[in-house]
Design a protein around this ligand. Structure first.
Ligand SMILES: C[S@@+](CC[C@H](N)C(=O)[O-])C[C@H]1O[C@@H](n2cnc3c(N)ncnc32)[C@H](O)[C@@H]1O
Length: 264
């Protein structure tokens, strides 16, 4: 992804301000997150297999015809995109995917929604992190939805439901069917309106242990504005700004609202 001034400016700030470990973190839950997720250096067995899948995508030169959704891509112009180019520039890095894996593994999320499947690699990380849980992943591009679904079959991963739809079209009906939502991962349509609309829709399905994750909160001033509004929502008791993504929690045991910044 091309880097812009807003991102550079905020990255520099984040670099100097953010914590690099759990020292001085008072809330026991936030400290546990540092130990078990953000700074957990354990190598999980699944990472070897997932790395192989990433490498196979990085070597795949086949082309997909893709409709552009949401805020649009800053990197690609044509509608024809090579799988290896998407794998290089359009999806989460190994580090980000591994943090997401550790988070789901630690929280034992049973029902998770991903907005923005793309090639479906992150979806595989999420599905492997809790094999008894279920991931529902929504993607607007038909060719990407099909690619991701085939990738999951090839890798024998069965706990994912892939939905081909625009986010806002599929979400209401999907949420109606769910008693509650443990994890939401928003990684597409990085606009102010889109981000807040998805947040408002899923909010009624939160539970005490839910986590909502918003990717690319410094992608643009509008995304940062949306993130700040979400952070300040009265239902949020803990927010974590990890620069690449922001996490919010609703735990009642966190008595005083805390906003933390971590350099991961
Ligand atoms: C950044 S990519 C997702 C990357 C993926 N989560 C990963 O890291 O492997 C964002 C995806 O969201 C899809 N998308 C964006 N806006 C959308 C919308 N409004 N409805 C449905 N899909 C959308 C795009 O087609 C794109 O494939």
């Amino acid at each position: 992804m091309a880097i812009n001034f807003h991102q550079i400016k905020n990255f520099v700030k984040h670099y100097f301000v953010a914590k690099r470990n759990g020292h001085g973190v008072h809330s026991p839950f936030s400290y546990q997150l540092c130990e078990e997720v953000f700074y957990n250096r354990n190598h999980f067995y699944d990472f070897n297999e997932l790395k192989k899948v990433r490498n196979s995508l990085l070597n795949d030169t086949s082309e997909l015809l893709i409709e552009d959704f949401g805020a649009g891509s800053k990197t690609f112009r044509s509608n024809k995109r090579k799988v290896n180019e998407i794998a290089q520039k359009g999806i989460s890095t190994s580090k980000q995917s591994e943090v997401l894996y550790k988070l789901i593994n630690f929280l034992k999320c049973n029902t998770s929604i991903e907005l923005g499947t793309s090639l479906g690699l992150n979806t595989l990380y999420m599905a492997n992190a809790n094999k008894t849980g279920k991931i529902i992943s929504i993607e607007g591009s038909k060719s990407l939805n099909e690619f991701a679904s085939t990738l999951a079959k090839k890798n024998n991963v069965q706990n994912i439901e892939f939905i081909h739809s625009k986010f806002y079209t599929a979400l209401p009906e999907l949420l109606n069917k769910l008693p509650s939502l443990d994890l939401l991962y928003v990684d597409g349509n990085h606009t102010y309106e889109g981000t807040l609309n998805y947040f408002k829709l899923v909010l009624e399905k939160k539970n005490n242990a839910s986590v909502f994750i918003f990717d690319d909160i410094y992608w643009s001033p509008q995304m940062t504005k949306a993130w700040k509004e979400i952070q300040n929502h009265p239902a949020v008791t803990l927010s974590i700004d990890a620069f690449y993504f922001g996490l919010i929690f609703f735990r009642e045991e966190v008595k005083e609202k805390v906003d933390l910044k971590f350099y991961i």
